[in-house]
Design a protein around this ligand. Structure first.
Ligand SMILES: Cc1cc2nc3c(=O)[nH]c(=O)nc-3n(C[C@H](O)[C@H](O)[C@H](O)COP(=O)(O)OP(=O)(O)OC[C@H]3O[C@@H](n4cnc5c(N)ncnc54)[C@H](O)[C@@H]3O)c2cc1C
Length: 550
């Protein structure tokens, strides 16, 4: 474990040996008044190529310059680029090529400190595909993983393909991100090959899941793959911000350049020792962190413990996945019943009015007998925002999604508005989506939620729902609202409770930290609820008779 971190850091230290620091000439270092804080988005804080960002913080480099710097992380360079443009951050630690990409889009972005002359990227091939992908010419017809479309890994893949006489239309670009997502994609055939950095690349090699096709972590490897050096990791910033904040930019440059010099003068062990413990090989969240021979559980491969917290249909597939005899259902046959569990979409309309609708209750309101089982909640009554004082905002839900007749979101949204109007004739519904002047169409939004369905906890389903843990697979645990738990309703509370149950079950196997306890809120005894129900029955019956749809 420690060894892996050392090897990775060594590779980086070698890459950084050729680093250059640049800084604005005009800046004057002044140290009097406290400077406003700076937010920097790192395109994956646990990537070894961007280690100087966290290391500067660890070495106290920002503080020494009188700066308050907040490091944020975002695994894709393309997304980091967007937050810089939107002004949410003042700088990005990412690939230099984004500065060029953004200039083609009319934005002036400049590299302030260049960390390395080599990309630090590796083109990895799935172990089983190594014989058929021997050079970039073999990318043709293959599924090529990149962090995300528009990222530097995408640019580099396109360049390698173009150099080999292909175009990006000759292969399929797959968003594979990095870390565990990338490893899973290469493992389950989602990608045939892909571009990634350490620690992901090192982990694929050490587990035998991937092989290195092109190694751009070293000067020699970069020259061989790309025909020359390639300025990569850098701190880049908006030109306007750089010009208007020369003092802060100079101090940032000072801090980073000092770190780069520090890296050059220290061993891999010394660098590793300065980083947070969880940084080593980016393994804190990684269930593969233990070597196979140390694995306690009887299920194959290396994970310590796995918690599966996915919806019923996905879970049913996972437990049946694999070779017969090695599947989870072979150990726990009862789990094949998961296929019986149902979930349904609930369409939701965020309905913004242009004015206040008076007299709405604060409670959730159900429209009895409505075709799509409509209900609404007046969100604006619950908000403090003064900008919302003079308008009404409802969240309207259709629990019977299939009663909405169209696949067209606007038609379904309009059907919900019309049904709402049948019960609440306080506004003009318009004849079609976008027409009524009473509705703020710039904000109103319909979502079918067909891909985020609600688990239906139907009567009798207890027998099919999973327990937190089965002794037959000692390192596997289940969580999610579908699991049997004390809350027993498909709600966030049930999902959280099931996650805590899984944590408790793992802690029983591996007693680390203080015991986990679930604090349940006191509830009314069931006998008291029954008595109240009987007492209220006459009023409820009367209310049902009087409430007619108008
Ligand atoms: C429209 C709607 C409104 C709701 N309103 C409320 C409310 O007001 N209050 C309330 O308490 N509850 C509400 N719920 C219910 C609540 O959202 C759920 O009970 C809760 O989110 C369940 O959490 P979970 O972790 O079990 O599952 P989910 O939140 O569904 O999370 C499952 C995760 O698994 C991922 N996944 C799926 N397949 C795979 C796969 N093969 N591999 C890896 N990952 C996978 C999904 O992307 C998802 O992130 C609502 C639900 C819906 C649909």
């Amino acid at each position: 474990m420690r060894k892996t971190a050392v090897v990775l850091t060594l590779a980086l230290a070698a890459a950084l040996a050729g680093c250059r620091g640049t800084s604005p000439d005009s800046a004057k270092a002044g140290a009097d008044a406290p400077l406003p804080s700076i937010k920097i988005m790192v395109g994956g804080i646990d990537k070894v190529i961007y280690l100087p960002a966290k290391l500067t913080e660890q070495l106290g480099g920002f503080q020494a310059e009188g700066l308050t710097v907040q490091l944020l992380t975002e695994p894709s360079g393309a997304t980091a680029e967007n937050v810089l443009i939107s002004g949410d951050v003042q700088g990005v630690v990412g690939f230099y090529d984004h500065t060029i990409d953004l200039q083609t889009k009319g934005k002036c972005i400049t590299s302030v400190v260049q960390f390395a002359d080599v990309p630090g990227e590796v083109e990895m091939v799935a172990a089983g595909k190594a014989s058929s992908i021997r050079s970039p010419a073999d990318f043709k017809g293959k599924k090529m993983g990149v962090t995300s479309p528009g990222s530097s890994t995408d640019f580099l893949t396109q360049y390698l393909a173009t150099k080999a006489g292909l175009t990006s239309a000759d292969y399929t670009t797959v968003k594979a991100q990095a870390g565990q997502t990338f490893i899973a994609a290469i493992d389950n055939g989602g990608i045939d090959a892909g571009m990634t950095t350490d620690p992901t690349a090192a982990k694929l090699v050490s587990t035998g899941k991937g092989k290195v096709l092109l190694d751009m972590r070293t000067e020699a490897g970069a020259k061989q793959a790309l025909g020359g050096l390639y300025p990569a990791s850098s701190l880049y910033m908006d030109c306007g911000w750089v010009q208007s904040h020369p003092e802060q930019v100079q101090k940032l440059a000072n801090a980073f350049v000092k770190t780069l010099r520090w890296i050059k003068g220290h061993s891999a062990d010394e660098i590793a020792a300065k980083m947070p413990a969880e940084y080593a090989a980016g393994d804190t969240m990684n269930p593969m962190r233990r070597a196979p021979e140390q694995t306690p559980g009887p299920m194959h491969d290396a994970p310590d413990y796995i918690v599966l917290a996915v919806p019923p249909a996905a879970l049913a597939l996972l437990v049946e996945n694999g070779e017969v005899g090695r599947r989870i259902v072979d150990r726990v046959p009862h789990l094949s019943e998961l296929q019986r569990l149902n979930s349904e979409p609930i369409a939701v309309l965020d309905l913004y009015f242009t004015r206040k609708l008076d007299g709405l209750p604060r409670e959730n309101v159900a429209m009895v007998d409505s075709t799509c089982d409509l209900s609404f909640l007046d969100l604006s009554q619950l908000w403090d925002n003064p900008a919302m004082r003079d308008v009404t905002v409802l969240t309207v839900a259709a629990s019977d999604y299939w009663a909405l007749s169209s696949e067209d979101p606007e038609q379904n949204g309009q059907a919900m508005i019309q049904t709402l109007h049948d019960y609440l004739p306080l506004f003009d519904p318009g004849a079609k989506w976008g027409q009524s002047a009473d509705i703020d169409w710039t904000r109103t939004h319909y979502e079918s939620n067909k891909s985020d369905t609600l688990f239906i906890n139907q009567v009798g389903s207890e027998a099919w729902r999973p327990h937190t843990h089965y002794a037959a697979v000692s390192n596997l645990f289940f969580a999610g609202d579908l699991c049997l738990n004390k809350i027993d309703m498909a709600t966030v509370e049930a999902a959280v409770t099931s996650g805590l149950n899984a944590a408790i079950a793992i802690q029983q196997k591996d007693p680390l930290g203080d015991p986990i306890k679930i604090a349940h809120l006191p509830t009314c005894p069931e006998t008291a609820i029954l008595a109240m129900k009987l007492l209220m029955a006459p009023s409820a019956l009367l209310a049902a008779r009087l409430s007619t749809r108008r």
